[in-house]
Write a protein that binds this ligand. Structure first.
Ligand code: TXA
Ligand code: MG
Length: 350
């Protein structure tokens, strides 16, 4: 299959391309599209054959449910059993935007899309290209992140092409994703509502609207003895090809420790990389030093993390050390993804 890549910008051709992308979805094909979080791999959410194709293109197990993307609040009632007041309040406050809500599904949504669950994940993205594309596609676009299973989520079209070239009909190139980390997922079918995946919309922001909101215990732990409630969170995710280890402790101890390990890595003829901050990046003797930005800027870290992981792959880095990013809010989301990328390999310095 030839994958057509079209750049979408202010020019008038965009409208034609978006219409073409919409037709591909309506006839059962797949189109990758930009959102403000990461690029999505879209298919018709109401067509079971499209969802099967998505799993195949991603190389993803089919028990891992997809997010249904909508462009208007009027589209919601048809795909859910009912719209609870909690959903209306969150939509009012955070849609369109980086929030996914889990709701009871209606019969219109095929089990192929929800991985056999009787709930459905729904999100209204804020990216303008995403919204026009969803409307052109008939209003319901099922989309996981547009990476091959196990790879970092793609934050730009060229990364989608690396993973999906020849596997899908079209890629809409809308430039770099503005946020760079997947949406917050909140389960509204349980009491209290529970965050299953942390993101830019923090638990605290949700609490301001809903009162009590729980956070899934498995968000930062390797083995809390509990199965994660978002099925996708159980798979090893976002993994770079090289071995990634996170080092925790105070700055000086961390830089010393990492430099020691880098020296060993060089002796073993391994290409090394480091994930650091603006404050520390110059301290490391490594082949591929990368800064996620200022230590206090969690949003910058969120935006840069997946790009950096892919750059290590492109450079053939075999051994990667990362500083640790502790904290609340968006930092929690960054640390959640970093821990997954590292397969929870963490060294804690005293
Ligand atoms: O920002 C995002 O959410 C991006 C963009 C493209 O919208 N999409 C995304 O999709 O990250 P994906 O498939 O990579 O992650 C969706 C997560 C998976 O962990 C999946 O298990 C979970 O959502 N999920 C989907 N439906 C669910 C459901 N009914 N109940 C619990 N978890 C669900
Ligand atoms: Mg994903």
């Amino acid at each position: 299959m030839l994958t057509k890549v079209v750049r979408i910008d202010e020019q008038h051709e965009s409208e034609v391309s978006i219409r073409e992308a919409g037709e591909i979805i309506k006839s059962g094909g797949l189109v990758a599209f930009p959102t403000e979080t990461v690029y999505g791999l879209g298919g018709d959410a109401l067509n079971p054959a499209s969802s099967r194709k998505i799993y195949e293109a991603k190389g993803r197990p089919s028990d891992n449910p997809l997010i249904v993307h909508i462009a208007d609040m009027e589209a919601l009632p048809a795909i859910v059993k009912s719209v609870p007041e909690t959903a209306e309040e969150l939509a009012e406050a955070f849609w369109p935007g980086p929030l996914t809500m889990i709701l009871e599904k209606s019969d219109l949504v095929p089990e192929e899309t929800t991985g056999g669950l009787d709930t459905v994940a729904v999100r209204m993205p804020s990216d303008a290209v995403a919204l026009s594309f969803i409307r052109a596609a008939g209003g319901y676009v099922a989309a996981p992140s547009a990476n091959r299973s196990g790879r970092p989520s793609p934050t730009r079209a060229s990364y989608v092409a690396q993973d999906m070239d020849g596997r899908i009909e079209m890629i809409l190139d809308g430039g770099d994703a503005t946020l760079g980390l997947e949406s917050t997922i909140v389960d509204l079918t349980v009491e209290p509502p529970t965050v299953l995946r942390p993101g830019f919309i923090t638990a605290e922001m949700l609490r301001q609207k809903l009162g009590r909101v729980a956070e899934d215990e498995t968000l930062l732990s390797a083995d809390s003895g509990q199965a994660p409630k978002a099925p996708g969170m159980k798979y090893r995710h976002y993994a770079p090809k090289g071995e990634l280890v996170i080092v925790k402790g105070d700055v000086e101890a961390v830089t010393d420790y990492i430099n020691g390990r880098l020296l060993e890595g060089r002796r073993d003829n391994k290409k090394t990389g480091v994930i650091a901050t603006d404050e520390t990046v110059a301290c490391y003797r490594t082949d591929v030093p990368r800064s996620v930005g200022k230590r206090t800027d969690a949003a910058a870290a969120a935006k840069g993390l997946y790009r950096i992981l892919r750059e290590f792959d492109d450079e053939g880095v075999e051994l990667i050390y990362s500083e640790s990013f502790d904290g609340e809010g968006v930092s929690l989301a960054v640390m959640n993804r970093l821990l997954k990328a590292a397969g929870h390999r963490v060294i804690e310095l005293k």
